[in-house]
Design a protein around this ligand. Structure first.
Ligand code: FE2
Length: 180
């Protein structure tokens, strides 16, 4: 048995504002929206969002949160294919303006940005780096850096870690212990 990431559901305060942000900025589409209790169609509405054909929803919203802490979640993370796509997301956020705190983080094995959604849930958008390095690792990077710059900085910062190696080598070792 393998448990593969499927989705998360967030309690939200403002369903429409959350849908707008996840659709307009992050690129999701609403796959379904409907009452939590079919017997009361005008009651609380849930919304389901996805941007991949393989999953009806990757994230869903349940608008039942009060005025307590903004979130009980550390972060949710989405993988993209390249550093350019990470930067593209940062550009989208800057152009959109709803989110102003975008933090680039270099984990050594992943190049990320972190930012809050409109209700304070932290989101990570990352691409894999070509390297493995023992986790956790946190370093900064600058959105103006080229991929070659980030790669060089990653080798300089993490290259002396005992477990630093090309990602394919790590995956070969990892599959030996975890399976495909
Ligand atoms: Fe993460």
């Amino acid at each position: 048995m393998k448990l593969r990431w499927s989705h998360c559901v967030l309690y939200v305060r403002d369903l429409d504002a959350m849908i707008d942000f996840y659709r307009d900025v992050l690129g999701f589409q609403v796959s379904d929206r409907g009452p939590m209790d079919p017997a009361t169609p005008d009651g609380i509405q849930l919304a389901f969002l996805s941007q991949v054909g393989s999953d009806h929803h990757q994230i869903a919203f349940a608008p039942v949160r009060g005025d307590g802490p903004s979130t009980t979640l550390d972060h949710i993370a989405f993988r993209v294919d390249s550093l350019d796509e990470v930067k593209e997301m940062a550009d989208r956020l800057a152009a959109d303006g709803r989110v102003t705190e975008v933090s680039p983080v270099n984990h050594g094995n992943a190049w990320s940005i972190y930012f809050p959604d409109p209700e304070g849930n932290r989101i990570e958008v990352f691409c894999d780096s070509p390297f493995h390095v023992r986790q956790p690792q946190l370093d900064g990077w600058d959105l103006s850096m080229s991929e070659a710059d980030v790669r060089r900085a990653t080798e300089e910062r993490f290259g002396s870690e005992p477990d630093f190696m090309p990602m394919p080598d790590f995956l070969t070792r990892h599959r030996r212990t975890h399976g495909d």
